[in-house]
Design a protein around this ligand. Structure first.
Ligand SMILES: Cc1cc2nc3c(=O)[nH]c(=O)nc-3n(C[C@H](O)[C@H](O)[C@H](O)COP(=O)(O)OP(=O)(O)OC[C@H]3O[C@@H](n4cnc5c(N)ncnc54)[C@H](O)[C@@H]3O)c2cc1C
Length: 411
């Protein structure tokens, strides 16, 4: 055994939103967890969520909010900056189809919150630091993964060794751990890149998340409020990679004009208040989520087009279900890396994730289609669903995360 070998019950590789929430859930149950992350250190909790709005945000469903509340992360997030939205408006730029949702119809107070990713992560990291059975290791660069008689060993580039019965890959869409484990992944280029920035709008958003489907892809204005001022939005504009690069290179004023026009001036003027960046969008799905001593969660298992804001919400559900299965197995004295236990996690999550990936593909193809028949389907479909109470309620339950058997931590 290597002198510097650290042992844990579970090693989580990747302390992003999904890995940190998994480690929190396990740590609260007293499981010895080591979180390895390549970043230089934790976020500066004092700095995030105050002052400048961060570029990367997520729409967090009420079901995910319940998980974050259960983890004790939500109060710190709410004290910094979260923006509730009570309405959603989606329309087709090429026709007359439009659908609106509101929280009253869904029987909830809110449809979700727009939260800066760093605000969420800082709150989770603060909780992790309070849990005695959790240790966080930064500047961790993976070099090798080995299988031993007692579990998996991770060797870092600096020579440190970590051994545990179970290693979890939560290291994002281009997971190195998934690659080291030799797990195949199906990738589909969506033909889109997402332009991301923050804007100030002439008209207040009024707590409504809006998205227009342009022929080139969806453009979302996600509501953000700063000290009660509702004239801010986070932009996710999915379009061809060339077009995204062209838009990002425009002076801010010109980009604002193009955005306002594409958005049919629904929020009047648009003024970017940050640089725009573009992120390639590839949908990926791992061939399998588990094998003896190893499990994949979050973007390491599946990465999805952001058009319905579901990516991290699916990842939170992975974390909650995996933790539930592991904690129950530990109570019975079973081994954490036992593939029969891990397979229960995979069975509970793969269907939901697969259905959501397929739905995003369907949306993208339907709204990208030029064919007049498909355009008619879009218009009739959107407006038809808008008029059909039960179907609309079903869609809303899906969007707010109320799907299938939820883990206890999210009920
Ligand atoms: C433009 C855009 C908009 C989006 N909007 C939404 C939205 O509104 N709602 C929503 O639910 N989702 C949204 N998503 C998806 C969401 O951002 C992801 O699903 C989510 O961040 C995945 O979290 P994760 O923890 O699995 O991975 P990541 O956030 O990628 O975290 C991975 C972590 O692993 C670490 N790491 C990476 N490699 C290694 C390594 N080799 N060794 C050690 N550590 C490593 C990283 O430092 C990082 O901390 C959006 C995505 C995009 C691109």
């Amino acid at each position: 055994m290597n002198e510097s070998q650290t042992q844990a019950e579970v090693i989580v590789v990747g302390g992003g939103l999904v890995g940190a929430s998994l480690a929190c859930l396990l740590g609260e149950a007293g499981v010895a967890v080591t979180v390895l992350d390549a970043r230089p250190g934790p976020l500066d909790g004092e700095a995030v969520g105050r002052g400048k709005l961060a570029q990367r945000v997520s729409a967090v469903t009420p079901v995910s909010q319940r998980l974050l509340e259960r983890l004790g992360a939500w109060p710190a997030m709410a004290a910094r900056r979260v923006t509730p939205y009570t309405g959603m408006q989606v329309w087709d730029a090429e026709g007359s189809g439009e659908i609106t949702f509101d929280a009253d119809q869904a029987g909830t107070d809110v449809l979700g919150h727009i939260v800066e990713n760093d605000v969420m992560l800082a709150a989770l990291e603060a909780r992790l630091a309070e849990l005695p059975s959790v240790s966080q290791v930064f500047e961790a660069r993976l070099d090798a993964l080995q299988t031993t008689a007692v579990g998996r060993r991770l060797i870092l580039a600096d020579g440190r060794h970590f051994l545990a019965p179970l290693v979890v890959a939560a290291d994002g869409a281009r997971s190195q751990l998934r690659e080291l484990a030799g797990i195949d992944v199906s990738s589909r280029d969506t033909g889109h890149a997402a332009l991301v920035t923050t804007v100030r709008t002439g008209r207040g958003h009024g707590g409504v998340a809006r998205q227009v489907f342009l022929p080139s892809g969806p453009l979302a204005f996600l509501p953000l409020s700063v000290a009660g001022d509702d004239h801010y939005c986070s932009i996710v504009w999915s379009t061809s990679p060339d077009e995204a690069a062209r838009l990002c290179a425009l002076p801010r004023e010109a980009l604002g004009r193009e955005m306002a026009a594409a958005f049919e001036h629904r929020l009047a003027t648009v003024e970017p208040i940050d640089d725009a960046v573009h992120i390639p969008l590839t949908q990926r799905h791992a061939g399998h989520y588990v094998e003896p001593g190893l499990a994949l969660v979050g973007d390491a298992a599946h990465s999805i087009h952001p058009l319905a804001g579901q990516g991290v919400n699916l990842g939170f559900m992975d974390a909650a279900v995996l933790a539930e299965e592991l904690i129950e197995a530990r109570r019975r004295g079973a081994e954490q890396g036992d593939v029969r236990i891990l397979s229960r996690y995979a069975r509970r999550r793969r269907g939901d994730n697969t259905a959501m990936l397929a739905l995003m593909d369907g949306f993208r193809l339907l709204f990208g289609a030029e064919h007049p028949a498909l355009r008619l389907v879009r218009n009739v479909g959107l407006s038809g669903v808008d008029r059909l109470g039960p179907v609309k309620r079903l869609l809303m339950r899906q969007a707010i995360g109320e799907r299938g058997r939820l883990p206890a931590s999210c009920r």
